[in-house]
Design a protein around this ligand. Sequence first.
Ligand code: 2NL
Length: 365
Amino acid sequence: MDYAATGQQALARIAEAQDLDTLEKLRVEFLGKQGSISALLKTLGAMSPEQRQDEGPRIHALRESVTAALGERKSVLESAALDARLAAETVDLSLPAPEAPRGTVHPVSQVMDELAEIFADLGFAVASGPEIEDDWHNFTALNMPESHPARAMHDTFYFPDKDGQGRSMLLRTHTSPVQIRTMLAQGAPLRIIAPGRVYRSDSDATHTPMFHQVEGLVIDKGIHLGHLKWTLETFLKAFFEREDIVLRLRPSYFPFTEPSVEVDVGFALVNGKRVLGGSGDAPGHGWMELLGSGMVNRKVIEFGGLDPDEWQGFAFGIGVDRLAMLKYGMDDLRAFFDGDQRWLAHYGFSALDVPTLSGGVGTPA
Ligand code: 2NL
């Protein structure tokens, strides 16, 4: 049989195929299970050995030339298809990019950054320490011995087991243990703030079991209450961005300070809202309790490894969540820790607007 005509016809049709679909149909038509060339191959089985020796090589040559032609045409059509796609799918670089979702800074983080910035300017370093403490660093070193009633006042979360030295383990109830650790590690003189999470077993509209505190500690020679008052006044003026912040110091009691002073700030009632500024004694004004402080108790200086006849100091403690509420007008403490995206979208701060003294520690109006 003459296979040349069959071959030429097949090669011509392959050369004419304009797309990959058509080419695939041709492959099935010639080489598929029911294909015409496959059928020719099957006829070999029924031939005599002599005929098979004559026809076999020619049928196989036919199949090989068709297979090769299909392969070549396929790569031509594939690169043509790619060229067409590249020409069609151009990217318009002038189109605006879709806006990427942007996170916000939590008000508590924002306020802690503001505090660090203001106190850094006054020469304070930021100190940190463990949230899981032992009762020596959290209580004993702060002049709150085993039986001290203030230990009970702190509503402490205790762990069931003691540490290797037989000390009870607990979640720190204030950041004071950080300051004890820093005194022991660095000695004096010292100017630090210790911001961070603290824990007390207390939960209602104005108390959450976890809240944030910043404590400050200055240890140096000849430190007195005047340094304390100036430092707090300077800090509060910078934080609330008002020059007319007026402080009132009242006698108080903390086991770790002697004397101890409660610090009130004057406010005015504006449309029924408290706005800090001015003397609390002026008509229509009042005093708001803002923080506790005092001169560091001699015993605490000793527990910090220093000689209280040589070194004196002052210390203070403030609730960070409360500061954030006062500055940014948020009225429900519990919303701080709900993780509600809508609240964060409303009160959150831009990650790009980092507080600086030159640029302002507040946020743009
Ligand atoms: C408050 C009162 C206060 C301190 C914290 C302190 C720390 C050391 C030594 C002495 Cl290491 N004192 N901290 C002092 C006075 C008051 O916090 O009502 N905070 C919310």
